[in-house]
Design a protein around this ligand. Structure first.
Ligand SMILES: C[S@@+](CC[C@H](N)C(=O)[O-])C[C@H]1O[C@@H](n2cnc3c(N)ncnc32)[C@H](O)[C@@H]1O
Length: 201
């Protein structure tokens, strides 16, 4: 499933340089953002929540009671109005999360899973810090920073992206069988939004 070079990137330099300046922008359009918030409501993402690979917007319709946002740029994180806590951490340098086991009720990762070069280790560690039954929701569209996305992602289509993320959950272990869905109407104008999620066992 993951051939040699799958996790290589055009720009293999440390991510700290690429993310050293803040990008206070949205990476998907309003309809896709609304689809993310609607899915979080549908899956009842509440309580103590981890936003993995986060920035200044976390896309919740209502902020969870306690939202920890982990990302690469401190100015982006400081500007996030829904964050209760922020953590600077490079998951490609160290896929082990700086949290105790059973810390979170849920985790989310929006339009960022394609930048992980060690995703299975990260997904394994998300399971460690989640309480049993908690969902981990990965959402993505069809665009990215191409020099920082893994080669396997750039060469895949939307359906294959869903299969790739589903396989991350399966290979990581500690997760229920993942669910993959298109969350915006097929072949409609605007950014498409796809989601893959599973529950911690
Ligand atoms: C396209 S932005 C998405 C930000 C946010 N999740 C959103 O929905 O707008 C990609 C994010 O991934 C984060 N990121 C990229 N590489 C990372 C890494 N190696 N470790 C942790 N976070 C990373 C960056 O901080 C950046 O905010």
């Amino acid at each position: 499933m993951f051939p040699e070079g799958f996790f290589a990137r055009a720009d293999p330099s440390p991510d700290a340089a690429f993310y050293s300046w803040p990008r206070l922008v949205t990476h998907i359009d309003d309809r896709a953002i609304a689809a993310v918030g609607a899915l979080y409501d549908e899956l009842e993402i509440t309580g103590t929540v981890l936003d993995l690979m986060g920035s200044w917007v976390s896309h919740f319709r209502r902020a969870p009671d306690n939202l920890t946002v982990l990302g690469m740029n401190d100015e982006e994180l400081a500007a996030n109005p829904q964050a209760s806590a922020t953590v600077l951490h490079d998951l490609n340098d160290d896929p082990i999360l700086p949290f105790e086991p059973d810390t979170f009720d849920a985790a989310v990762c929006c339009v960022s899973v394609d930048y992980l070069v060690r995703p299975i280790e990260v997904f394994t560690d998300v399971a460690r810090v989640m309480r049993a039954g908690g969902p981990f929701v990965c959402t993505f569209s069809n665009r990215c920073f191409p020099t920082k996305a893994i080669r396997g992602w750039l060469q895949a289509n939307d359906e294959q992206h869903c299969a790739i993320v589903s396989e991350y959950f399966r290979r990581a272990g500690g997760w229920s069988e993942p669910v993959a869905e298109g969350r915006t109407p097929a072949a409609s104008p605007g950014d498409p939004l796809f989601a893959v999620w599973a529950f911690a066992i």
